[in-house]
Write a protein that binds this ligand. Structure first.
Ligand code: ATR
Length: 272
């Protein structure tokens, strides 16, 4: 039986085993998927042991995505651009390939919710690892402009500079943001502490869709605020979580599972 797993620390909260087990039964794949808490100082050894046994592929989550990037023997272009790896696959030739499906997962969820990226003006809040992971895939869809705003402006500028060859991308201070945005994506970890990025309410227009990469049983602080300001649609990151998992699953097994059923079960469990 082929083995797959997610490695992180902590890992108890991970929904990946639930998601991939459902994907496997949906697509009739013979496989097992477990959650492994790797020691913070023993990530490489844990991975090496996994691949030496029956491990065929894995997901990597906080805080190991950068270490997985270094561990991979070969990287996909999108993993190189993201500077982080969330998916490893052992090939038949014994090569460990690192990929990053986070951005593709976001795009899949946006598409499932009929949010158009082509020619759209997009605001990305935050400039950390989560933001970097989605810049390349977003720009590949040819938005009119991608504006990156961050509390520490220099980080937004560095990130924008990294991606300038891939499309129209600019950094902006929060207080200088203006104009209409079709889509605002919150990649900051502000929601974790129940706080909001310092965004002017006037940026939320009746035509604006809002996507918070975080998720929770109730609306995230950011989504609740955006809704109050009249955003036309607010989405949280549960769909992105399922989307990135579906992309990883397809890389390993060569078959793309559907996201809908898994997403609605997860949403139901979250509420329960
Ligand atoms: P991740 O991998 O989740 O992106 P990260 O790399 O630590 O985590 O980045 C966190 C992001 O959230 C950063 O953009 C951070 O802004 P700074 O670069 O200025 O630190 C942003 N962030 C965290 N808390 C925030 C808050 N209360 N308000 C605004 N931005 C916040």
């Amino acid at each position: 039986m082929d083995h797959y797993a997610v490695f992180g620390n902590p890992i108890k909260q991970s929904k990946s085993p639930f998601i991939h087990t459902l994907f496997a039964s949906q697509t009739a794949q013979q496989m097992v998927y477990s959650a492994v808490e790797a020691p913070t100082d023993g990530f490489e050894k844990t991975l090496t042991d996994f691949f030496a046994e029956q491990g065929k592929g894995c997901n990597i989550t906080v805080p190991f995505k950068e270490q997985a990037f270094l561990y991979a023997q070969q990287l996909t272009e999108r993993a190189q651009l993201a500077g982080a790896v969330n998916t490893l696959k052992l090939t038949d030739d014994g090569l460990i390939i690192g990929d990053n499906t986070d951005g593709a997962g976001l795009l899949l969820d946006l598409k499932n919710n009929h949010i158009n990226i082509k020619n759209a003006r997009i605001l990305l809040l935050g400039a950390g690892g989560a933001a970097r992971g989605v810049c390349g895939p977003l720009l590949a869809e040819s938005p009119r402009e991608l504006v990156i705003a961050n509390r520490t402006f220099s980080k937004a500028q560095t990130l924008a500079d990294k991606f300038t060859q891939f499309g129209s991308v600019n950094a902006c201070e929060f207080e200088h943001l203006s104009g209409n945005f079709d889509l605002i994506i919150n990649s900051t970890s502000a929601s974790l502490s129940g706080s909001l990025p310092p965004l002017s309410a006037s940026l939320i227009r009746p035509e604006t869709a809002v996507y918070d990469m975080m998720y929770s049983a109730q609306a995230t602080v950011f989504n609740a605020w955006a809704k109050e300001q009249g955003a036309r649609l607010v989405l949280d990151g549960l769909g992105m979580l399922v989307g990135q998992a579906a992309e990883s699953f397809a890389i390993w097994r060569g078959v793309k599972p559907g996201a809908k059923q898994v997403l609605s079960e997860l949403r139901h469990n979250l509420a329960g």
